[in-house]
Design a protein around this ligand. Structure first.
Ligand SMILES: Cc1cc2nc3c(=O)[nH]c(=O)nc-3n(C[C@H](O)[C@H](O)[C@H](O)COP(=O)(O)O)c2cc1C
Length: 361
């Protein structure tokens, strides 16, 4: 069966148009990155990196800062991880008061630090406790509550359908599924058949996630599974225009092709934002180096560029090296050499504990 391509969906009163969602990525999708993605266009919903309810409800300032967002990012979901129903409900209320459009519960993080405390994907091993958390949160807020899960803990305990139905019973109004188990980490491929099973089993919107790296991947998943939305994570780091390109493709238009100048400008804009946001220049440079590494995968000279970027010691050196790389690429392009698009590049598998250690604190 082939499903029609959607142009939008809604989570109660919150319109998600186009039906494309920026995945939460700890250490990556901070307010600056989210703002940049939003400005490039095509994203219908943004989710914050996961926020610790322990930190938030104990008044940790760094955690409070992680919850901050700009009005331009809306509609936005604030994602929480935790295990204590009371604290989860308190955090949900804080998010609602801060103006969030949605509150999301992380039931997918594989990091040992998180699952060791019974949070993240550990919640999939104790569905009655998950239900207690969801009911407590549901009672406390009036805005929609959503969850993001993996398919299960391991291949012997695939619970996505059961968790989806249970969430719906608890008043959850949308469910995002990353089609891997906790034990899989980021290895292999996301199982979209399980995502399709959940879509068939529940009546709330289902957002599929996993390995969407090009607009064609998203279109295929919409057609094959009938999901309401597609969520993109690592693909957005390699190609922040992927939402705009996919939105173009969903309406039958030719996907936007960013120029080399667009790419250079985005990296330099991100660097300027990071210098404002980060406590130190070194921290800002670290963030930019991380994005540069993803951004230039598959581009000619990308490996040499990444090495040069990695060794840059000062803000000036880093800026010059970024500008220099794109100038040289421009010369190659002008000379008629074909440059592959970054989304055509193979993305490296991420380590098992891909959550950013700082954010897991
Ligand atoms: C660096 C990194 C950090 C992540 N942090 C979170 C997080 O905070 N919350 C969450 O629900 N998922 C998190 N994820 C999982 C992504 O949201 C997404 O489900 C996963 O990367 C699969 O989608 P993709 O193939 O499009 O990247 C993270 C993934 C990565 C790569």
């Amino acid at each position: 069966m082939t499903f029609p391509l959607p142009t939008a969906f809604a989570i109660r009163q919150v319109a998600i148009q186009p039906p494309l969602v920026l995945a939460p990525m700890a250490g990556v999708t901070d307010s600056a990155f989210r703002g940049l993605i939003k400005r490039l266009g095509g994203v219908g919903l943004i989710v914050t990196e996961f926020v610790s309810v322990e930190g938030l409800t104990r008044g940790n300032l760094k955690t409070h800062k992680m919850m901050k967002f700009a009005a331009a990012e809306r509609p936005i979901a604030i994602q929480f991880f935790g295990v204590d129903p009371g604290r989860m409900a308190d955090a949900a209320e804080i998010a609602q008061e801060a103006g969030a459009d949605l509150v999301d519960v992380n039931c997918g993080c594989p990091a040992k630090k998180v699952v060791g405390r019974g949070a993240g994907s550990s919640l999939l091993r104790d569905l009655p406790h998950l239900a207690t958390i969801l009911r407590a949160m549901r009672r406390r807020i009036t805005i929609p509550l959503t969850i993001k899960i993996r398919t299960g803990w391991d291949d012997n305990s695939i619970v996505a359908v059961e968790a989806g139905k249970l969430a719906e019973d608890c008043g959850v109004e949308a469910i995002a599924i990353h089609g891997r188990t906790r034990m899989q980490g980021y290895s292999g491929w996301a199982n979209w058949d399980i995502i399709a099973q959940v879509k068939r089993a529940v009546s709330i919107p289902v957002i599929g996630c996993g390995d969407v790296r090009q607009p064609a991947d998203a279109l295929r998943r919409f057609r094959e599974t009938g999901v309401d939305g597609v969520m993109i994570g690592r693909g957005a780091m390699a190609n922040p225009w992927i939402f705009r390109q996919t939105a173009d493709a969903l309406r039958g238009a030719a996907p936007y092709r960013p120029t080399l100048q667009d790419k250079r400008d985005v990296l330099l804009e991100y660097f300027a934002l990071m210098l404002d946001e980060c406590p130190t220049e070194t921290a800002a440079m670290g963030k930019v180096k991380q994005l540069c590494a993803q951004f230039t995968k598959g581009l000619p000279g990308g490996a040499a560029f990444r090495a040069r970027i990695f060794h840059a010691q000062t803000r000036m050196e880093l800026t010059d090296r970024i500008a220099d790389y794109f100038t040289r690429m421009g010369e190659r392009e002008a000379a008629g050499e074909l440059l592959p698009e970054p989304e055509e590049a193979a993305l490296e598998a991420l380590p098992d504990d891909a959550c950013h250690p700082a954010a897991c604190a």
